[in-house]
Design a protein around this ligand. Structure first.
Ligand code: PLP
Length: 376
């Protein structure tokens, strides 16, 4: 009997030349968190992003957010505003710094941080003598947040923005690359992301001094002395030269990966839009999403679960949308400014298989299961 293979939500997709770069690292014995692949990968990302970006590649996107908070001087007792509808890694580093997250709900055009709620929160915190130290905004699922509005608020109240672009490498906003729209940007190269180094991340800034400081902090904060001298606390967060080799291979196919993911989205939309119980997130004018994951919003929790379980039955992985941080047990005591938008998305939303390595047969198989679901 023919057994069907499992279809994953988003699995690694190698381009072909990754092993050449990894082999070079071995052949030249650059098996360390520095070397030509680290330099090369950083230059290639800088070239791709443009906009005067300076890039430091690190061990993960989470590490990049942690370093970004340190660069902005976030420390014990501070408050940091953070998009609630996101993966927990956006918020966890706030706690690493001994600071407190204040969660902000999303708006319905992009599913990202609401400028209105953000400003309400800032006014409230300033009134209570707790002016926030930073804003963490997220281009969730690859869709850019409303950067003009968020940057205007950032300037008005002089609060810097950390741009969590972990899911949005290859996305852009009015032709400016996501990751370069704010004070400090963050990328992730985790195994499920649009390109991967198995694990890894990057910090992006237009300020070379900040990049230098990020590299300093992520390589144990060693002062410039012949012996080991330390005047600040450092971290071991630099990317390995071996993994940067995988990244260099992946950079060669990034645009193809974006095209393939957008193709998945268009396929699902073309074939599922006829069902009134399913809707898709459109790109507002000037917004370009890499469509990292194709997400649908269904008409009810029951239908969402019916779809998810029908796919699971056929060994097809799908997943409810991110559970908002203000609903997470670990953050239950944190302040939040919410209006129900992300709670509804969590209740009724589903991410469909979205890998760039899905073939037409896979997509047809998924569509067939969804289309057979009663009460669509
Ligand atoms: C993946 C992800 C991160 C963390 O990146 P890692 O490289 O896995 O540490 C942060 N924020 C968002 C929104 C993510 O999806």
């Amino acid at each position: 009997m023919l057994t069907k293979t499992k279809i994953y939500l988003s699995s690694p997709h190698m381009g072909g030349s990754e092993q050449k770069f990894v082999k070079e690292a071995f052949d030249t014995n650059w098996v360390a968190p520095l070397g030509p692949n680290v330099d090369g990968f950083e230059k290639e990302i800088q070239h791709y992003l443009g906009n005067n970006s300076q890039v430091a590649v690190l061990s993960s996107g989470t590490a990049a957010i942690h370093i970004a908070l340190q660069l902005l001087g976030v420390s014990k007792g501070d408050e940091v505003l953070c998009q609630s509808f996101t993966f927990s890694a956006s918020a966890n580093p706030i706690i690493y710094q001994g600071a407190a997250p204040v969660f902000i709900d999303s708006e319905s055009d992009t599913w990202n941080i609401s400028p209105e709620l953000l400003e309400i929160a800032i006014k409230d915190r300033i009134e209570k003598y707790k002016k926030p130290k930073a804003i963490i905004a997220v281009h969730l699922y690859g869709m850019p947040y409303k950067a003009n509005e968020i940057n205007a608020i950032s300037r008005k109240y002089e609060i810097p923005v950390i741009e969590d672009s972990a899911e949005a490498f290859g996305s852009n906003y009015y032709n400016t690359a996501c990751g370069t729209l704010s004070d400090i940007g963050v990328l992730s190269f985790n195994g499920n992301k649009i390109i991967t180094t198995s694990g890894g991340g990057a910090l992006i800034t237009s300020n070379l001094d900040l990049k230098t400081k990020a590299v300093f902090l992520s390589t144990q904060a060693r002062d410039n002395k012949p012996h080991y001298e330390h005047s600040s606390i450092g971290f071991n967060y630099r990317m390995s030269n071996v993994l940067a080799g995988i990244g260099r291979g992946q950079m060669e196919v990034l645009d193809e990966r974006v095209a393939a993911r957008r193709n998945n989205f268009n396929f699902y939309k073309k074939n599922l839009s006829k069902y009134k119980s399913i809707s898709f997130l459109e790109e507002p004018d000037g917004f370009f999403s890499n469509r990292w994951l194709t997400c649908i919003k269904t008409s009810s929790f029951e239908l969402r679960e019916q779809l998810r379980l029908a796919l699971l039955e056929e060994d097809i992985e799908s997943r409810p949308l991110w559970k908002p941080m203000h609903m997470q047990p670990v953050f239950k005591d944190c302040l939040h400014f919410a209006d129900g938008t992300s709670e509804e998305l969590f209740e009724r939303g589903l991410s469909l298989p979205s890998g760039s390595n899905l073939n037409q047969e896979d997509l047809d198989r998924i569509l067939n299961i969804i289309s057979k679901t009663p009460n669509l």
